[in-house]
Design a protein. Structure first.
Length: 289
């Protein structure tokens, strides 16, 4: 059964919607072959899948995975829908369709697989001075035209999005929940945790910036303060050379931004001691072994 080509577009409301890209039969077969070959290349050498939390890039033999966000359900829903029910892309105004990705896929025994390429403005050839062969000469390409990407960005299957480049995936879907920083209210809630003593909550909210708010969001999400006691945290921090003040069974939050960041990095397990040198280090990767 032919696999239709679709475009994932951002509409004027910022919603991700799907449109059908109509192809003639010869081109459709060629596109299917391209996507099939790219899928084989994308999977080649991959032996493991690692749940992604925003902190690292994969090794060559790995896929990173995330659960499918609500808006990304449009991909599988489109593959499972009747293609004639999907609106066609406006070929006359192709550049204004807000295309973020091109995709195709199939469903077998109720299980869907979607293969996705990202799409950028660089692929819209009508915006460039493009030349098209015509006999023994070239003429300027004047009709709307586009090129396919040279590789896949992700595969959607089994309730997961499997990818290798977070940068490319972020250009297609919203990964706000993975990367977002804590809001003022969330910072205030964090400051009120039973294991923390924050002398001036308003000042704490004011001194935090995007970097520390991302750490606050990560620490709150990971539940570190719910899992370990202040005394246990203090003892573990000392092993990395970080002093933590604990009074009346609570961790005293420093007032200095640099000290706040150092404490939050430790709570997010971003600070460790080198096993050979004993040197303390800070890392942005919390990849489990």
């Amino acid at each position: 059964m032919p696999q239709n080509l679709f475009a994932a577009c951002r509409d004027n409301n910022g919603q991700l919607i799907a449109k059908r890209v109509r192809l003639d039969s010869t081109v459709q077969q060629q596109v299917e072959t391209i996507f099939r070959d790219q899928e084989a290349s994308f999977r080649a050498g991959v032996t493991s899948e690692v749940a992604f939390d925003g902190a690292w890039n994969p090794d060559e033999d790995e896929f990173l995975t995330i659960d499918i966000p609500v808006e990304a359900a449009v991909f599988a829903n489109t593959i499972n829908a009747n293609a004639v029910a999907i609106p066609d892309i406006n070929t006359a105004a192709f550049a204004g369709e807000g295309i973020k990705a091109l995709f195709t896929g199939s469903t077998a025994n109720g299980v869907s697989k979607v293969v996705v390429q990202r799409f950028t403005s660089q692929q819209m050839l009508e915006r460039k001075f493009a030349l098209l062969q015509h006999g023994n000469a070239f003429r300027r390409l004047s009709d709307p035209a586009f090129s396919l990407d040279t590789s896949l960005t992700c595969i959607i299957e089994g309730g997961k999005i499997k990818f290798k480049s977070q940068f490319k995936l972020r250009s297609i879907i919203n990964m706000f929940d993975i990367y977002r920083a804590a809001t003022d209210q969330e910072v205030q809630t964090f400051a009120g945790h039973a294991s923390l003593e924050v002398a001036d909550v308003s000042a704490f909210v004011d001194v935090t910036n995007q970097a520390t708010r991302k750490l606050i969001h990560a620490v709150a999400k990971n539940g570190t303060l719910d899992t370990y006691t202040p005394a246990a945290i203090q003892a573990a921090a000392q092993a990395t050379g970080l002093g933590i003040d604990v009074q009346n069974g609570k961790i005293v939050m420093p007032a200095d931004h640099g000290e706040i960041k150092a404490l939050l990095q430790f709570l997010n397990e971003s600070r460790y001691t080198g096993p050979l040198s004993g040197q303390p280090f800070v890392t942005n990767s919390q990849r489990p072994v």
